[in-house]
Design a protein around this ligand. Structure first.
Ligand code: FES
Length: 158
């Protein structure tokens, strides 16, 4: 882990003014910010660990908890909510066996709900692995998860 952090820091020529992009790259590498990686950033950049944590906790995009390989974000804004987004959320949590905001134990999937994504006419909307899907139904959600490698029993197979 220290070696990987070193590579990232070298890419930025060890310049501590690049602390945020360095942390973004570290997160990209590990899918979250492990404690050891943060300590390595602090030591190698000579930035106090308190400053590193200050930055990490300030930006919502940083995560101190392990995230899944695939991120699922379901909109629960008003328009999506009235079109049944809660049912989709229930389906996802039951298929993955996790609650909203959690990651599966095999670190494959993370699931979160978000506010309006600005495409209300297409609701309910889910962003799966960076890709937007509109007018999602339970069947569509099953297909999305299946495409991402989750074993999902569909009606035809049941
Ligand atoms: S409420 Fe879901 S995209 Fe606007």
């Amino acid at each position: 882990m220290e070696e990987k952090v070193k590579e990232i820091i070298q890419y930025y020529h060890g310049d501590k003014s690049y602390l945020v992009p360095i942390l973004q790259d570290v997160q990209k590498e590990f899918n979250y910010l492990p404690k050891d990686a943060l300590c390595a950033v602090s030591t190698q950049l000579s930035v106090p660990i308190s400053r590193v944590y200050e930055v990490v906790t300030f930006y919502k995009a940083f995560s101190l908890k392990p995230k899944g390989r695939y991120q699922l974000s379901l909109c629960l804004g008003t328009a999506c909510h009235v079109r049944g987004a809660e049912l989709i959320a229930g389906n996802i949590t039951s298929l993955l066996g996790i609650k909203e905001g959690e990651t599966t134990s095999d670190l494959e999937f993370s699931f979160e709900t978000v506010g309006c994504l600005g495409a209300c006419a297409l609701g309910p909307i889910i962003v799966a692995d960076g890709e937007y899907h509109g007018q999602v139904t339970i069947a569509k959600t099953n297909a999305i998860l299946k495409n991402l490698g989750k074993k999902v029993a569909t009606d035809e197979e049941a």
